[in-house]
Design a protein. Structure first.
Length: 138
């Protein structure tokens, strides 16, 4: 193998390895629109899995599409865009859902009196609370 071919192979190998080690999702990922959810569950159950075993939940869900339903506690602007907050029964924040910009106005503005919503999002790694990104209406 020539030195040039060897460098090319090493570069490609390094790029593939780096992609496999991603630990942060993009704030806005349009692939969510056509992604198939690996699980459908209430926000409370999803957050409970993270509270029970954070590492196992990250292995199971990180970077995958999940479909979640629950009652919105707050609509706000996060650093990465419009977001919905979900609380547990005590009022503590358990999940933040960052909305895909293309649908943010329709989702946030379309909440009725029950404030219940169903979203399809990419699961991100646990930070101060459970975080999902690129959320859209399924």
């Amino acid at each position: 193998m020539t030195p040039l071919a060897r460098r090319l192979c090493l570069s490609i190998g390094a790029a593939v390895a780096a992609a496999a080690c991603v630990d942060r999702l993009p704030d806005q990922d349009l692939r969510i629109v056509s992604a198939t959810a690996v699980v459908k569950m209430p926000v409370e159950d999803f957050a409970k899995e993270y509270q029970t075993d954070r590492a196992a939940a990250d292995r199971r869900y990180f970077g995958k599409a999940v479909e979640l339903s629950g009652k919105v506690a707050d609509v706000h602007e996060a650093a990465s865009g419009s977001a919905l907050t979900f609380n547990d029964r005590t009022g503590a924040e358990i999940l933040e859902a960052v909305l895909l910009d293309d649908q943010a106005k329709a989702i946030a503005g379309g909440l009725d009196d029950t404030r219940r919503v169903r979203l399809k999002c990419y699961a991100d790694k646990f930070a101060a609370h459970v975080l999902v990104r690129s959320c859209v209406k399924p």
